[in-house]
Ligand binder design. Sequence first.
Ligand code: FAD
Length: 406
Amino acid sequence: MSFSLAEIFAYAVLAAGGGTLILMLVQQVLSDIRLRALHRREIMLFEERLNGMREYRTQLQVLPAAWSGTRKFRVQAKKPEGGDICSFHLVPHDEKTPLPAFKPGQYLTFHLDVGGRKHVRCYSLSDCHHADHYRVSIKKMTPKDAHYSVSTHFHEQLNEGDVVDVAAPGGDFVLDPQGNGALVLSGAGVGVTPVLSMLNALVAAKSRREIWFFYGVINGSHHILRDQVREWHALGWPNLHIVVVFSDPLPTDEAGRDYDERGRVDPALLKRLLPSSNFDFYTCGPGPMMQGLRDGLKEWGVADTRVHDEAFVQVKQAVSINATKISFRKSSLDLELSGAATNLLDFAHKENVEIPSGCKIGHCGACQTALVEGNVRYLQPAKFNIEKGCCLPCICLPDGDIVLDA
Ligand SMILES: Cc1cc2nc3c(=O)[nH]c(=O)nc-3n(C[C@H](O)[C@H](O)[C@H](O)COP(=O)(O)OP(=O)(O)OC[C@H]3O[C@@H](n4cnc5c(N)ncnc54)[C@H](O)[C@@H]3O)c2cc1C
């Protein structure tokens, strides 16, 4: 029960100096003052965040449109992050800034000459938007065979001052930092890059959404976000929860200091820590982690439309195929494909037919090839806008006899 100041004053006068009422009066006045101060602080905080969000939106609205084709970028800084991951800060070679905006979660597509061959690779933007540079963070992959990989080229050959050809940000694994609703962002290993960009964009936008960020990594020697985790904690936002998960901690790694949970970012962990399943989930990491989360979240009653993920590598599965004739026109080759096959690109490469390739998951369009005759069937939806009369060999197989312009 609460009294207005006037009521209390009237009671106090009536009681003509009654000690209890005077005490009540003083308590009520103090509590009113405290409440008002609290409300003022709340309002100030809210206004501060609202202004931050408005500022962020205005900044993005005035940015130029993305470029078509490729644009030259210079490596301004190369920063080893640990765990075989290196970050590259890229500034436009033409020095025209601000840089076009991108949606957190998108990637840049690099066109490079490596070992005398042209290569196309996608790398997620790993930070929020900055007017003067983009950042990507690249893990040095060791190929199973002896070939020289593009990520090795980045680590070993590409230095500060070098110039690279880059296609504009793309991809639809994206988050709107101005949106509403609670979020779970989870990333493991180098797969953390797109969700890191999402989190940094939310922080830049001073988001008030409920945010849970799960980062899974082997141990302290692979933990590339140590400083950032400290900075996020220092914000002291009650709506931001950071969970660092080590699968195999080193003896020197200390629970509570270096990591929060031991194990993997999996449905059991999410169910244990999250207050409910009422979130939108964004995940990037190894295939089994994403499949496990998809299955577990479905079981938990999360609608498919609320689960978003992105793979860096294709999970290949051979599917059986009726005997089909494939003619590669430029190579003057007529071949038969029968039994089981993974995709047209693998088949072409096995037969030494030169088709350029990039992401190999239907994102970047590097392998787009004219389909001169026949039809193909897609093994997964293409994320690239395929030109009429063409196909993406990395994610399709022939549907009957075909002729390809390769
Ligand atoms: C949309 C998208 C975003 C990406 N973002 C990033 C990023 O932010 N940082 C980053 O380091 N990479 C990222 N990648 C992966 C990157 O494009 C290359 O595939 C990777 O660098 C390997 O290329 P490579 O030429 O070095 O090795 P390749 O010669 O192509 O392959 C080397 C070997 O490693 C395997 N392999 C390749 N990538 C992985 C992986 N991630 N996990 C396990 N095995 C793998 C291949 O199957 C192969 O056996 C992304 C890929 C996509 C499609």
